[in-house]
Write a new protein. Structure first.
Length: 187
């Protein structure tokens, strides 16, 4: 059974280390796990109930909901902005939380990982993302964590895909998500 994992990156910067980490996840996904790196979070308007009207949902938000609904699990990559979750990632979670009780995150396995400049690798932001996803109805995989500190230094001359420790940790994370989404990882 192939498991589809939707990856959402909370940084819009072209050279984002979290984006590089997500790209690495796509490359190292084990057989039976397919990771789709979502493009388009920047186009989604801020969540507003006035524009979240059945039959008239903004196209960018509808595409996100469709992609999340088609996935078996989600993997969120979160940097840390001023000690918390980036607005673009929080906005995605808000859109995916509706309609209340039946949003695209409802009962779906979600894990949060990431990297940040600070010495703790963005743990505050990742904890906030887990909290928001859980309140939105996701089955948050609380014990799956990967917070890589000092991203600016660690990845200054090395892409995450070329860091054997990161690749091993990320591969383990993906394998665990794969298992939580209902399928054993192929050996």
């Amino acid at each position: 059974m192939s498991v589809r994992i939707l990856a959402l990156v909370g940084s819009l910067r072209a050279g984002s280390h979290n984006r590089q980490l997500a790209e690495t996840a796509v490359k190292v996904a084990p057989e039976g796990a397919e990771i789709d790196l979502y493009e388009g979070l920047a186009e989604i308007p801020f969540y507003n109930e006035d524009i979240d009207v059945e039959g008239n949902v903004p196209a960018a938000a509808a595409r996100l909901r469709e992609a999340a609904a088609a996935a078996d699990a989600l993997l969120l990559f979160s940097p840390e902005y001023n000690g918390t979750i980036p607005a673009v990632l929080k906005n995605a979670i808000d859109w995916l939380s509706r309609p209340y009780g039946a949003g695209a995150l409802t009962d779906k396995p979600v894990a949060v990982v990431g990297t940040a400049f600070g010495q703790f690798g963005g743990v505050w932001a990742q904890d906030e993302a887990r909290k928001a996803a859980g309140i939105a109805g996701a089955k948050v995989l609380e014990d799956i964590k990967l917070s890589i500190p000092s991203s600016v230094v660690r990845f200054a001359e090395t892409h995450p895909a070329d860091d054997t420790e990161v690749v091993a940790q990320l591969t383990e994370v993906i394998g665990r998500i794969h298992g939580e989404a209902g399928a054993p990882v192929a050996a």
